[in-house]
Ligand binder design. Structure first.
Ligand SMILES: Cc1ncc(COP(=O)(O)O)c(C=O)c1O
Length: 378
């Protein structure tokens, strides 16, 4: 019988054989076309200064315990009130990350006998939460409302439907308005993960749901702080009873050390900065339009249609996508290949993330270099 070490090594070798080994790279180099810092807030000196002003010097370094023991603070309470107002919900509850928030929510709120229907492209954290849940989960084809309807017809009782306003790997958007109508018809509870739209849609970055005026129709919305907000953590926006239930039953909320005061000050400073500087959001959307224009002019095929910061060019096969990515990296662009098994086989891709701070020239150069890289494998 192989030893444990041998078993682990065999699995790692399998990844090497499939050209899919995951490795840590240390400091990023090159022009940033891969980070989630869409608005450049993670690098903002103004936000840094503001954090130092807001941080409670006594509790800055460590929160000292879980929220239910010693980690809570008036800062926490006031930012949650701020976030519920900002995102136009009744109540807000902060989690240490979007991953914790999704795993906690989906493993806690749907109960035994309930049904969770989720888009097949939903994030791993949603799917991991569903795996832990006592409810039964079924996926439906990406953005396929007729398939969702068929599944809604099949089940009764409490049904939850999980979608993302912007999908993290494809960058396309969910049909939220139609999903709301469908869920209302069947009395299903709609949950929207706004990880990649927080800070980017709505006048001040309130998210897609608020920009559509649909906040009252959604059971719960997730906003994360680690992407456009340039910070860390996440918040569920929903009813006061949902918040109280999560505080009482959600294990990824209860059994973990709370964020430190510094992190709370960071979240507050990022939201205040964005409210005072909405032109950042406009610049980002201008850069997205510029990128799409240059791609169209260069007739590059393979991009998944998207109006978001995430622009994915399908390059089938782990080997092929690595060749094109290396060409871009050698020419000074920080882009990363997205390989199978992270995405389905044949749907490997170069995932380009656009930022407010990417210049027109950088974007044009990136697209030209991509075109040359693609020529290497054709
Ligand atoms: C759609 C979606 N939900 C949740 C998460 C997890 O958020 P966090 O990075 O804060 O754990 C991510 C980030 O990768 C995401 O893309």
């Amino acid at each position: 019988m192989p030893s444990l070490e041998e078993r682990l090594a065999e699995k790692i070798d399998q990844r090497k054989i499939n050209n899919a080994l995951r490795q840590l790279h240390g400091q990023s180099v090159g022009i940033d076309f891969c980070s989630n810092d869409y608005l450049g807030l993670a690098k903002s000196p103004e936000i840094h200064q503001e954090i130092l002003k807001l941080s409670d010097p006594v509790k800055t370094l460590g929160s000292t315990g879980s929220r239910l023991i010693s980690g809570d603070s008036s800062q926490y309470q006031s930012i949650e009130e701020y976030l519920s107002n900002f995102h136009k919900g009744e109540a807000a509850l902060i989690f240490n990350s979007g991953y914790d928030a999704n795993v906690g929510f989906f493993s806690t709120i749907p109960q035994r006998g309930d049904i969770i229907l989720y888009d097949e492209l939903c994030h791993a954290s949603i799917r991991d939460g569903i795996r832990l849940s006592l409810a039964k989960g079924y996926s439906f084809s990406h953005n396929d409302l007729s398939q969702l309807r068929l599944k809604l017809e099949q089940f009764s009782g409490n049904i939850f439907v999980a979608i993302e306003s912007i999908y993290s790997m494809d960058g396309d958007n969910a049909p939220i308005e139609k999903s709301v109508v469908l869920c209302e018809e069947f009395g299903a509870h709609l949950i929207v993960d706004e990880a990649h739209s927080t800070g980017i849609y709505g006048k001040h970055g309130e998210g897609v749901v608020v920009s559509l005026g649909l906040e009252a129709k959604i059971f719960a919305r997730l906003h994360t702080f680690g992407k456009a907000m340039g910070a860390h953590g996440a918040v569920w926006i929903g009813s006061a009873i949902l918040k109280e239930y999560l505080i009482n039953y959600c294990r990824s909320f209860i059994y973990t050390t709370a964020l430190a005061a510094y992190s709370i000050a960071h979240i507050q400073s990022a939201y205040t900065f964005l409210s005072d500087n909405p032109q950042r959001i406009e610049s980002l959307h201008n850069q997205i339009q510029w990128f799409k224009k240059v791609v169209a002019e260069n007739r590059i095929m393979g991009f998944i249609p998207s109006d978001s910061t995430i622009q994915s060019c399908i390059v089938s096969g782990n080997g092929n996508v690595k060749v094109v990515t290396s060409h871009l990296q050698e020419n000074g662009f920080d882009v990363r290949p997205i390989l199978h098994p992270t995405v389905a086989e044949g749907r490997e891709r170069i995932r380009i993330c656009l930022h407010a701070y990417n210049s027109d020239d950088e974007i044009s150069q990136l697209v030209h270099t991509l075109k040359m890289g693609l020529a290497k494998i054709s």
